[in-house]
Design a binder for this molecule. Structure first.
Ligand code: AVJ
Length: 320
C-alpha cells in the first residue's frame, strides 16, 4: 500500500483524565462521545453500519450512489476536499469518482490507525490525488497542511449525520468553524438523519445482536485500560431511547446496582439506576436544519433524500 504521511495533531492518545473526571463528577454523569472511537470502538461502529436495524448508513449510501454526479457538479472542478471524522472513508470514493480534478483530499479523524489505513487505501485508488490525512480531535481548531497545487475552493464533507452528536448550539458553532476553514465561496456536503417513527430510531440504537451495546460499553473498557479505572461491565446496562422532547436519541450506561468505581485514584459513587450519558444523536427535519445552518452563515443550495425520506444529504454554500 502507498505510504501517505500523516499530519499528527496528537489528539490526546488516551482519554483525558481531567475531562473524564469532570464528566463523571457532574450531577448527570456524562462522557464525551468521541471516547467511543478507540480502535475497537471504531471497528464496532463499522459493524453497526452493516446492521439491518441501522438504516442511516445504507440510506446515505443510496443517496450518494444516486446523486454523487449532481453533487460533484455543484462542487465544481479542482476542489480541496476536507472530510471530518472520515473513519474508514467508505462513502468518499462515491464522491471522488465523480469530482472533476480534485486537488487534494484531507481526511481528519481522531482514530490514528483507522485513518492511516483508509488514507493509504484512497491514495492507492486515486494515484494522482494528493492525500493529506490529519489525525486530530476536529472539535478543536485544526491547522490544515498546505497542498502542492492551489484549489479553486475548499469543500468540507461531513457524512454520517455526525453533526447530530452536538447539541444544537454546539452544532451551530461547529458549522461556523467549518465555514471559517472553508472560507468565502466554500462548500459543505453534509449528511443529516431525519426525524421519523421513533420505533425505527429505537431499533437502530438497540440492535438484536447487541453490537451497539458493546460499542457503548466499550467506553468503560477503554477507561479501565487507559486510566486504570475498575468498571465492571456486567454492572452497567446499555440503554438507548428516542427523546421526542429534544428530538434526539440518547445513549446511556445505567448502573445496575449501587457501587463505587475507581478512576485513577478518584472514587466515583453510583446509585442503583444512575446513568452515564455517553451520546446524543439529534434528528432534524428539513426546515429545522435549514434554520440551524443559516445561523452559522450557510445556505442550503441543494438537498437529496432517499425514497423513504429517512436521511438526507445537503450541499451548503457560504456566500461571500
Ligand atoms: C456516527 C455518530 C452519527 O449517532 O447514529 C451509532 C454513532 N451511535 N449507534 C449515531 C452511533 C450508536 C452515530 N454517528
Amino acid at each position: 500500500m502507498n505510504n501517505v504521511s500523516l499530519h499528527d495533531l496528537a489528539p490526546a492518545g488516551s482519554a483525558s483524565l481531567q475531562e473524564v473526571l469532570r464528566g463523571l463528577l457532574s450531577p448527570q454523569k456524562e462522557l464525551p462521545c468521541k471516547l467511543l472511537y478507540d480502535t475497537i470502538g471504531s471497528q464496532l461502529f463499522e459493524q453497526i453500519c452493516a446492521l439491518d436495524e441501522y438504516y442511516p448508513t445504507r440510506a446515505e449510501l443510496r443517496i450518494m450512489r444516486a446523486a454523487a454526479a449532481q453533487m460533484a457538479e455543484r462542487i465544481g472542478p479542482e476542489c480541496l476536499l476536507i472530510e471530518y471524522g472520515s473513519g474508514s472513508s467508505t462513502k468518499t470514493p462515491l464522491l471522488l469518482d465523480q469530482l472533476e480534478r480534485p486537488v487534494a483530499y484531507m481526511p481528519i479523524d481522531i482514530s490514528r490507525e483507522v485513518l492511516q489505513d483508509s488514507a493509504a487505501a484512497i491514495a492507492s485508488r486515486y494515484p494522482g490525488l494528493e492525500v493529506l490525512p490529519i489525525c486530530a480531535d476536529y472539535t478543536r481548531s485544526v491547522q490544515l497542511p498546505t497542498t502542492r497545487a492551489a484549489a479553486a475552493r475548499r469543500v468540507a464533507y461531513y457524512p454520517g449525520s455526525t453533526l447530530g452528536n452536538f447539541v444544537p448550539e454546539a452544532a451551530r458553532r461547529f458549522l461556523k468553524t467549518i465555514g471559517e476553514v472553508c472560507g468565502p465561496g466554500g462548500g459543505l456536503l453534509i449528511g443529516t438523519d431525519q426525524k421519523k417513527d421513533p420505533l425505527m430510531l429505537h431499533r437502530a440504537y438497540n440492535d438484536a445482536l447487541g453490537i451497539t451495546a458493546d460499542f457503548n460499553l466499550n467506553i468503560l473498557r477503554r477507561l479501565n485500560r487507559e486510566l486504570g479505572a475498575n468498571f465492571n461491565l456486567d454492572r452497567f446496562r446499555h440503554y438507548a431511547f428516542y427523546n421526542p422532547v429534544f428530538a434526539r436519541v440518547e445513549m446511556h450506561l445505567v448502573s445496575l446496582i449501587a457501587q463505587v468505581v475507581r478512576v485513577a485514584d478518584v472514587e466515583i459513587p453510583f446509585a442503583r439506576g444512575e446513568s452515564i450519558w455517553t451520546e446524543a444523536s439529534y434528528k432534524y427535519n428539513q426546515d429545522e436544519f435549514a434554520e440551524l445552518v443559516a445561523g452559522a452563515g450557510w445556505r442550503v443550495e441543494q438537498m437529496w433524500t432517499d425514497d423513504r425520506s429517512l436521511f438526507s444529504v445537503e450541499y451548503l454554500v457560504r456566500d461571500k
